[in-house]
Design a binder for this molecule. Structure first.
Ligand code: SF4
Length: 327
């Protein structure tokens, strides 16, 4: 693998879930993820945003192989892991870890905190005895937990501390990539900032790459280097953070950004109204999937799916009329 090669390259990733039909009804498919592609470099954070049900969490779970992708490639440090059997996937799991939204449900309530953080090190046979205890102490220090908390059970920690515990467990194996699936959305705002700062410090010190899945655009703007926007299983726009937040080219991105509160009262608020419900992923609309809600929709939008076009500044957009939609 080249030194500057991406840590992760996802190509044409698809995840469909089968929904069993009835006596007179055929089986149907939920199009959770429908051909998304992106890459992430070492030390980079890619934010993945979109409304609930857009497929961002399904994509994250495919990438860490918690669910089996339907098709596509997931190249982790030069190796396609999309369809590797679990036996061959297992050693590669050292390089890819996940931090969940709700750390409580992902931490064994009957295990002490020290044992939870030690678990991946024990499973991979990387340390035992005094060396294991020393490494776990280091990890507690690293995430801002006290060493005397190693004997506590998960319910004895606050929400923010439990998320620190989840992060300590995720970095125990020195992974190259951490998938953060809504890691702060269950926390109070003041605690969110502390956890985000911790993730940034760890990235700076350990060179971690993050795929940061979230619906809170203010958090995504703060932590991401680039941002990908998903709508009904597709990436509709991907761009460097500053480009996306100042010159979003896709009407859906513009609509998402226009509802983010602006802290400066002198700044005019340009609100793009999107009406209607997000369509069902069981039957996504033809052409551009956003055409049923887009204020700019034209005839071509209903019949032809727009390709993801490279606009030349690191920004790509899937919209037939992006020139008209640009601010
Ligand atoms: Fe709107 Fe058409 Fe662009 Fe889709 S392709 S976002 S419907 S203008």
């Amino acid at each position: 693998m080249r030194a500057d090669a991406p840590v992760l390259t996802v190509s044409d990733l698809v995840k469909h879930y089968r929904v069993a039909g009835g006596l007179f009804r055929p089986d149907r498919k939920v199009h959770a993820v429908d051909g998304i592609s992106f890459s992430i470099a070492a030390g980079e954070t890619l934010g993945l945003v979109g409304e609930s049900g857009c497929g961002k969490s399904s994509a994250a779970r495919c990438i860490v192989r918690l669910v089996e992708p339907t098709s596509g490639q997931i190249v982790l440090k030069g190796q396609d892991v999309a369809h590797l059997p679990e036996g061959r996937m297992r050693p590669l799991r050292r390089d890819i870890q996940i931090v969940f939204q709700d750390p409580f449900s992902s931490l064994n309530p009957r295990h002490r905190a020290g044992a939870i953080v030690a678990e991946p090190l024990v499973n991979f046979g990387l340390a035992e005895g005094g060396a294991l205890t020393h490494r776990v102490e280091e990890l507690f220090d690293r995430v801002g937990l006290r060493r005397d908390q190693m004997n506590n059970f998960p319910h004895e920690f606050s929400g923010g501390q439990r998320q620190r515990l989840g992060i300590a467990r995720a970095i125990a194996l020195n992974p190259a990539l951490v998938v953060c699936d809504e890691p702060v959305s269950a926390l109070d705002v003041s605690i969110q900032a502390q956890v985000i700062n911790l993730l940034e410090d760890l990235q700076r010190d350990l060179g971690l790459a993050y795929l940061f899945v979230a619906h809170d655009l203010a958090v995504v703007e703060h932590i991401s280097h680039r941002v990908a926007v998903m709508y009904l299983g597709k990436i509709v726009e991907i761009a460097p953070r500053d480009v996306l937040f100042t010159r979003a080219a896709h009407p859906y991105t513009q609509a998402l950004l226009s509802v983010v509160p602006v802290p400066d009262p002198r700044q005019k608020c340009r609100r793009t109204l999107v009406t209607g419900e997000i369509p069902s992923p069981l039957a996504p609309p033809s052409g551009c999937r956003f055409h049923t809600r887009c204020p700019h929709a034209d005839a071509i939008c209903q019949s032809h799916e727009p390709p993801l076009l490279d606009l030349g500044n690191g920004q790509s957009v899937a919209c037939h009329l992006h020139k008209e939609a640009l601010p």
